[in-house]
Design a protein around this ligand. Sequence first.
Ligand SMILES: Cc1ncc(COP(=O)(O)O)c(C=O)c1O
Length: 390
Amino acid sequence: MRIPLLDLTAQYDFIKTEVDEAVQNVLDTQHFIMGEPVKKFESKVNGYIGSNYAFGCASGSDALLLALMAIDIQPGDYVITSPFTFFATAGAISRLGAIPIFIDVEYDSFNIDPEKVRAFLEGEDELAKKINAPKEKIKAIIPVHLYGQVADMDPIMNIAKEYNLFVIEDAAQSIGSKYKDHSAGTMGDFGCFSFFPSKNLGAYGDAGLITVKDEGLAEKVDMLRLHGARPKYHHKYVGINSRLDTIQAAILEVKLKYLEEWSTRRREIALLYNELFEEAGLIREGITLPKETTGNPETSGVHIYHQYTVRINHRDELAKHLKEKGIGHAVYYPIPLHEQECFAGLGYQSMDCPIAYEAGRQVISLPIYPELTEEKIQYVVKTISEFIRG
Ligand SMILES: Cc1ncc(COP(=O)(O)O)c(C=O)c1O
């Protein structure tokens, strides 16, 4: 049996007629830049997640960059974020000449630990002493909602208020996930989404979107993505070219209709994995299952399982075993950002973020997509069980 990590062909088979028609409609109009589908998609996302303003852009990476540009992040400013995320989160900060501050994640959620953020800002911990960032230069915090689960936003928002920080939610992996009934990307000042093809809502190429809370900042973001101009050729800001492609918007509009259904199915698959791993007794034997820290009934959140990620020692040997057995898998992410070569100059040691360090060596994501069958899920669990029990 071969089981890919993600099977987009099965999804395309299901929506082919609608998608092909949507693409053909754009071809018929020949309106490729900022065409009608862009506005329609923006408005539908806005309605779906309940944000104030939503603007399509070229990628999730650009959404982060646009948010930082909108709040005038300057060289020498500092922005707090997670070390356990895709590179783009910190890359956007560095591209503006600003300095990322990496604060460790929580063990259970893999998301930034608000208590450690507070300790850092109060200057209490070793990291704060080492980084020695002037308080007035720390401008923003970017919590990342990793694997489809929202970070612990209440304390993060409280800290941001106290320390006068902007909050930019990196919701690239979390469209439709919830924290206490609030959708990812609607709590902070900005929400940044990626529609990279493998995301829960994936385009057929690069695509992204940024949500904005404040009207003035929304207007600025709208201009920044179009070289800072309004009207055309009248440049108020030095912006960038970052538009959501019309063809991608048309495809995304079709897919958005199915997103809730797909997310529900992902949750079912995740819960089935949990059940099967528990039944097989593998928790006692060293596998740690994903925890829903913001998706349990007390907090009424929703984890959308962009990834189903477990922790295990001897992860690399397991990866080899899965490959031999035809099971797709991936490691998101093997090297936390505080250990990346390009950030060596920032002076972090591996143990400045011990949880992220350990996660980088233990995590492995298993196949999850709405079309995955129970038989295949059972095969994945059985294969892992064989590996663990030798
Ligand atoms: C957490 C996170 N942030 C940012 C990005 C960047 O998104 P994109 O690939 O659309 O530029 C991604 C996607 O890969 C991501 O997973």
